[in-house]
Design a protein around this ligand. Structure first.
Ligand SMILES: O=c1nc[nH]c2c1ncn2[C@H]1C[C@H](O)[C@@H](COP(=O)(O)OP(=O)(O)OP(=O)(O)O)O1
Ligand SMILES: [Mg+2]
Length: 197
């Protein structure tokens, strides 16, 4: 089976890539599985695109092989787009999903349901040594709940209610999430490359 290195150290993302890439007969291998420890790439860009490219290009440079990276986050309209590219560290260092979701819930305490619209964004970068980096994006629209619910998924899933659902993303099965997620929608945009390798 073909293998693709995914430049992530996020367990939740890594698991989703494994499932989503299996449909293309590709084995997704995250940095958590490599025996050599890869550097933590500084996400110094000002857009999801820049940060995805930074992660993919730095790891592709170290390994001298094509590498895919995912930069993603939650964009909340009532917060002017925050946490956005700062989603992972919204409540500060070290990264903490529960602290991040609590911070968002507190900031939206007085915001009524119809103003709690938000979307998950996923930008994928494929860095191929000697070539231009490929960038593709995917989105998932929804709204922010009033308290965390559900145990599945990761990150902001317990407070994100996708459009067309009453449950949070963390209450959906992994199959249901993978059908509608920003990550799957971005991967679909990459199909040409995935089928070409
Ligand atoms: O499907 C998702 N369901 C819930 N939350 C999500 C999702 N997708 C991204 N998120 C959140 C998690 C993290 O707070 C941020 C990503 O930050 P981001 O820098 O891309 O990833 P990360 O630092 O966790 O791992 P890495 O950079 O090694 O890939 O957005
Ligand atoms: Mg990160």
């Amino acid at each position: 089976m073909k293998k693709v290195i995914i430049a992530t150290k996020n367990k939740g993302k890594a698991k989703e890539f494994k499932t989503l890439f299996a449909k293309y007969n590709i084995q997704a291998v995250s940095l958590l599985e490599l025996k050599d420890n890869m550097p933590d790439v500084d996400e110094t860009g000002s857009t999801f695109e820049e940060n995805a490219a930074l992660k993919a290009e730095e790891i592709a440079g170290v390994l001298n092989t094509p590498v895919l990276a995912d930069d993603s986050g939650l964009v909340i309209d009532a917060l002017g787009g925050r946490p956005g590219i700062y989603s992972a560290r919204y409540a500060g260092e070290p990264k903490n999903d529960q602290a991040n979701t609590e911070k968002v819930i507190a900031e939206l305490a007085n915001v009524p349901e119809h103003e709690r619209t938000a979307r998950f964004v996923c930008v994928l970068a494929v860095a191929i040594p000697g070539n231009n980096t490929i960038l593709k994006s995917g989105y998932c629209e929804g709204r922010i709940g009033t308290h965390p619910k559900g145990e599945n998924g990761f990150g902001y899933d317990p407070i994100f209610i996708p459009e067309g659902f009453e449950e949070t993303m963390a209450e959906l099965s992994s199959e249901e999430k993978n059908n509608i997620s920003h990550r799957n929608n971005a991967i679909v945009q990459l199909e040409d490359w995935l089928r070409s390798i």
